[in-house]
Ligand binder design. Structure first.
Ligand code: ADP
Ligand code: MG
Length: 374
């Protein structure tokens, strides 16, 4: 049982600051995902928690214990890497038990723990094989098995699915989610894939250039992103951003905005303090764009790209002034490339950001309640 607490954790290599002051408070049993683009510092932060990398300043606590100066083996953590890092000359069983063996675990209890991990991960038929005789997914399960037998307080995963093909990724993702439920252990999982982050996490930390831009539940990040970075990173296809100016002063319930080729749109956000002509960015998710085939709307443009996915239609509409908007519409639309369409936005679907990219608060009712099925 252990919480994991990071306080003003920083990392520099020489003069280059990589992690610029991270505060995170992770509760025992939570599944936390660090997500962000390649190079933003996810692995560095995870490796600092593991003790594989010194921290330049700040504090890392596991439970009540400051672990800054503890060796990795003394931190009660286990790490699973993208590259599996299995010993090629050892069998699956030997690989899974290796950490216990070098820690001096008696043979009988070691075998029991290996058998238990093999059962959880369905590795029993494979225990006598060598890693070269396994598929990528099986190798990753062995690497996870090696972590499980150590019964750590905290599991750390660094992009464990990146080397797997798409179907296996989905499978293994579900297995990791189940493992988390079964073991009720704290897990910190690094990925650049926002879908993995959304599907696995209790809470997501979105990292950008060594900063945590937002830390929250997946649906909170989706409905209430704090800034343009998080708004653009979470959700697929990506949120549309349209440069606009305030048509008048804002108030607590909203503001009207206009833009190039964009007729007046009302954004239902807390726009207190917004002044007329203030430069802003309007954000609208593709799934919230409303297309009208009569060619009337806040934006009017022509269809430049059309992809029929069966259940959904993905399209890109470009206005005469060059504003491009992507839309994801349910069903199979009767539309063609070159058709003139109108685009409308519901006030409550609008996101609004200031010049620094910080979001104006949306009313908490913006998140529609989960749909019920009959
Ligand atoms: P991510 O896992 O998010 O892709 P990393 O944590 O691996 O990113 O790297 C973050 C940044 O730190 C990158 O710009 C990388 O080049 C730099 N970096 C990582 N390790 C070192 C090192 N040992 N020396 C200098 N720079 C490093
Ligand atoms: Mg990495």
């Amino acid at each position: 049982m252990a919480d994991l607490t990071l306080t003003q954790v920083k990392k520099s290599y020489g003069k280059v600051d990589i992690i610029k002051g991270v505060d995170l408070s992770i509760k025992h049993g939570e599944f936390i995902v660090f997500v962000g683009p390649s190079g933003c510092g996810k692995s560095t932060l995870l490796r600092m928690i593991a003790g594989l990398e010194d921290i330049t300043s700040g504090t890392i606590k596991i439970g009540e214990k400051v672990v800054n100066d503890l060796q990795p083996k003394d931190r009660s953590i286990a790490m699973v890497f993208q590259s599996y890092a299995l010993f090629p000359h050892m069998t699956v069983g030997e690989n899974v038990g290796f950490g216990l063996k070098i820690a001096g675990e008696p043979k009988e209890s070691m075998e029991k723990k290996v058998a238990e991990a093999a059962r959880i991960l369905k590795l029993e038929p494979l225990l006598d094989r060598k890693p070269s005789q396994l598929s990528g997914g099986q190798r990753q399960r062995v690497a996870i098995g090696r972590a499980i037998v150590r019964k750590p307080d905290v599991f750390l995963f660094d992009e464990p699915l990146s080397n797997l093909d798409a179907a296996l990724r989905v499978n293994t993702r579900a297995e990791i989610a189940k493992l988390h439920r079964d073991l009720s252990a704290t897990m910190v999982y690094v990925t650049h894939d926002q879908v993995e982050a959304m599907t696995l996490a209790d809470r997501i930390a979105v990292l950008d250039s060594g900063y945590v831009r937002q830390f929250g539940a997946p649906m909170d990040l989706y409905h209430y992103p704090d800034n343009t970075f998080v708004a653009g990173f979470i959700g697929s296809p990506k949120m549309n951003f349209i440069p606009v100016t305030a048509a008048g002063a804002g108030n607590g319930s909203g503001v009207s905005v206009v833009g190039s080729g964009l007729a007046k749109v009302q954004a239902a956000v807390d726009a207190s303090g917004v002044v007329k002509d203030q430069k802003l960015t309007l954000g609208i998710r593709p799934e919230h764009v409303r297309i009208s085939q009569d060619g009337k709307g806040a934006l009017v443009g022509t269809v430049q790209l059309l992809e029929r996915l069966g259940n959904q239609t993905f399209l890109e509409v470009v206005t005469a002034t060059g504003v491009s908007t992507t839309a994801l519409i349910e069903g199979d639309l009767v539309l063609d490339i070159g058709d003139k369409v109108g685009i409308n936005f519901a006030a409550t679907d609008c996101h609004l950001f200031d010049e620094k990219g910080e979001a104006f608060a949306r009313p908490r009712t913006a998140a529609k309640p989960r749909k019920k099925v009959a």
